[in-house]
Ligand binder design. Sequence first.
Ligand code: ARG
Length: 703
Amino acid sequence: MTDAIRFLMCPPDHYDVDYVINPWMEGNIHKSSYDRAVEQWQKLHHTIKDHAIVDLVQPEKGWPDMVFTANAGLVLDKTVVISRFYHKERQGEEPYFKAWFESQGFTVHELPKDLPFEGAGDALLDREGRYLWAGYGFRSELDSHSLLAEWLNIEVLSLRLMDDRFYHLDTCFCPLTGGYLLYYPPAFDSYSNRLIELRVPPEKRIAIDEPDAVNFACNAVNINQTVIMNKISDNLKSRLSEAGFNVVETPLTEFLKAGGAAKCLTLRVTEPIIEDRHAATQLESRTVCLQGHLLDAGLINRALDLVVEGGGSFQVQNFNLGEQRQSTSSAQIKISAPSHEVMEEIMSQLIDIGAFSLQEDVQDAKLETVHQHGVSPDDFYVTTIYPTEVRIAGEWVRVQNQRMDGAIAVTEGLSGPIARCKLLRDLEVGEKVVVDVMGIRTIRKAESREQRNNQEFGFMSAGVSSERRVELIVEQVAWEMRQIRDRGGKVVVTAGPVVIHTGGSQHLSRLIREGYVQALLGGNAIAVHDIEQSMMGTSLGVDMKQGVAVKGGHRHHLKVINTIRRCGSIASAVRQGVITSGIMYECVRNDVPFSLAGSIRDDGPLPDTQMDLIQAQQHYSQLLQDTDMILMLSTMLHSIGVGNMTPSGVKMVCVDINPAVVTKLSDRGSVESVGVVTDVGLFLSLLVKQLDRLTSRYDAKTA
Ligand code: ARG
């Protein structure tokens, strides 16, 4: 039986490390010893010959990696798919391998020119011949997998490689006789690991650790119960022997310098084949279009990165570059993913950045019925802040109440279907929800070059200090607040207690008094400390004028809370003359509505604080209706909440001393949000000064 097994090898006559196309080759150019390489190769050759027949292909000068015959092609029965090398350094090997297979009477399949696939280096048969594991991510393109399935009439399972040291599947994955699998899990993404775990039962999985992995323990030649490899730890050796395998070590250090070992140096040309197999793959492809300032706005990079990072692959099928500064570009991109699940994940992100399906591919949105109050069918599309449309019965319907992190509920209205963003908790039984990613598009305004330039890059460009940057933003924000006030628009402020602690209270009070603020959103704390300051002159017990802690001052805020509780509400405390200044005072006096959302601390709460968070959220979102601008002042969670409730198109200014908070909150596209890393008290004082300047007559001395 053994003599029926054949391998193809290529003597190392011209082997050397001549270039770098994988991390192992780095620093090893011309560092391998020819004599030692020959000796190691011959030893491997002999070892294999003890178990099987070895055919040789003639080595060719100028193609040093030709020794790695695993990359010649992928063989199943009498059919071979010839490799298409990713790197030009190896492409010259293709015709020689092809000639060899033809001379042996194989049916030869060739992939399209621009579709890399590196043979048995990236495709390994389950040793029972049931299916083919195929790798992608570095050398082989995902799209080649569907052709493998078709040509070899076999089920292909795609695995994504993540670690560039393990750039070929055979460097980290080795199916063994009896359904065993020797592999290095960290080399794969989590989706692939799950797939492996689904197919290979736990008692058959032999996961190895990094020290064995970097010795190429997975790059092993398995012939029946024998496993031949470069080097192995004692521990792994005994695990393999428990599973019934006999390990033969044969040093291949000279070939490791090129990133290959035992398995790479061989190609099994008699592969087991079972009769009742069928072509199958989970692979899915879709074509999407993108339009806008694809290059200027970096949209095309974002889209392609999304695809690759998400585990898919792409092919740009068409790219029309807008030639004038103002003209937009368009691209048509074919996306492939190893499964529907991964495709959905990628597509929903592409939809979020404005990608849409080709006209002829457009389908209606998929709807599923809600069966339990407050629970959506799985797979629902999660909404964003961007204007969204869904296709129902051939018509695009605009989604109402656009907000982030909701589901799209569809109901039948009098004049046709109505689509609405709804929070999960508000979904009602019988309602339909959009699932999957079909028939959904978001409408993104094309950000022009100019807008981007003066928003972000202008400020960040060299020579602008961070103080100057703050000043520039303050100037711009003041200008816009002034305009909003003049046209009767709406500015909402969400603020944390830091506003008070940093001395910003008087400034925010003024903004409210002078009509620049139309609603205030906060928690219990901002109101408590604001009132503490106005009644007792301290903020959390610190004297705001002297900047020193007052004896017993840490109890001040509780006394204040108690007083307001006696009054019944902040408004009646104002009316009774208990509160005579400050932010809350100005809100009451100027009829500026406020909402104080909960507290987990036992600071009261104030009678006005809404302790039912769902109610508080509803109140927030009511106050946020039709807002033109939101100032987010040092309160991360309230700001995130506010951001989620607000559709795109609303200007946001986020001020925090912590850069991480600012980055998190201003991640909504550069046109809409400005982040300022600075002390919030200082920011407010600059803002008030600037507004004064805009209001008072031009005066050469102060300007
Ligand atoms: N230097 C070769 C390359 O980078 C090594 C190939 C190893 N072959 C393998 N099947 N893993 O292409």
